[in-house]
Design a protein around this ligand. Structure first.
Ligand code: TMP
Ligand code: ASP
Length: 262
């Protein structure tokens, strides 16, 4: 499928048209932002890691029946995805209190929640993505009641799945944010999981040391963000192919050299 013109540029990704109006290409940038664009940087290689990690997670989610926009990863930075109209809501699921929850309500950092807590924020940078209630969503028609009910069920399944996936590799899933979108040209008005799931959009703590392995390294100036994202990819068994290719080439070169020297 041919890559067409740029349709939309967000803080961390760019969407390009393709020759098929139902599909677009999602390009992962290296840009990092926090606090709604107040803090900005470019972190070499972040987009490559997020592309690979998000592909791995969304592929696995579709295998357990969570429909999502991913068709396939195309290369180091791009994925072919279904074209969706993103709902103007950020869906947050929390297992352990941190971040804005601790600031807003004075809950002690690290408090383990009895049940997963779902929060909704309006996706609006100028307003700082404010927390909203379900009543706001229905009052302003940002989504319908039956849509939110379906999404909530999926959020809990996604949470269960991600907790297990990360627990298996010694990581605690503290919280995460996801987005959903309406599939373009779908007669059924289907709403599916979209955007990305990566260390940019999750809080991931090492199970033992509680070392932060996510974007909090950038938000809080902890440094070594790429090392942390690589650590996540490596534990998931998907540290990107480039290093393998380099290794293969290295071994090939070595073999050729040995042959020549014989
Ligand atoms: P918060 O504690 O800052 O509200 O963040 C909750 C979770 O949502 C955390 O995993 C980070 C993620 N998140 C995003 O992915 N994008 C955002 O714009 C914000 C505010 C949070
Ligand atoms: N993604 C948001 C921003 O760029 C906030 C965050 O992730 O902290 O500003």
């Amino acid at each position: 499928m041919k890559k067409g013109k740029k349709l939309y540029e967000g803080k961390a990704k760019i969407i390009y048209a393709t020759s098929d109006k139902n599909y677009v290409i999602q390009y992962f940038k290296d840009d990092a932002t926090a606090f709604n664009n107040q803090k900005k940087s470019v972190i070499d290689g972040k987009g490559v890691l997020n592309n690979r990690i998000s592909e791995h997670i969304l592929k696995n989610l579709s295998q357990i029946g969570i429909k999502n926009h991913l068709v396939k990863r195309l290369n180091m930075r791009e994925q072919l995805i279904k074209f969706v109209d993103i709902l103007p809501i950020e869906f947050i699921v929390r297992n352990i209190a941190t971040g804005s929850l601790t600031k807003r309500l004075g809950i002690v950092e690290g408090t383990v929640l009895n049940d997963p807590l779902i929060e909704y924020c309006l996706k609006n940078d100028e307003l700082g993505d404010p927390l909203i209630s379900r009543e706001h969503i229905y009052a302003f028609n940002w989504a319908k009641k039956n849509e939110i009910e379906k999404i909530n069920k999926q959020l809990l399944r996604i949470n269960d799945f991600l907790i297990g996936l990360f627990r298996g590799v010694g990581i605690k899933l503290v919280d995460f944010k996801v987005e959903f979108g309406k599939v373009r040209n779908s007669s059924r008005n289907e709403i599916i999981l979209a955007d990305e799931i990566s260390p940019d959009t999750c809080r991931l703590w090492d199970a033992k040391s509680e070392k932060r392995l996510d974007k909090d390294r950038f938000r809080k100036d902890l440094g070594n963000l790429i090392q942390a994202y690589k650590e996540v990819a490596s534990r998931l068994g998907i540290l990107y192919e480039e290093s393998n290719i380099r290794e293969v080439n290295f071994k090939k070169a070595k073999a050729i050299k040995l042959k020549k020297n014989k």
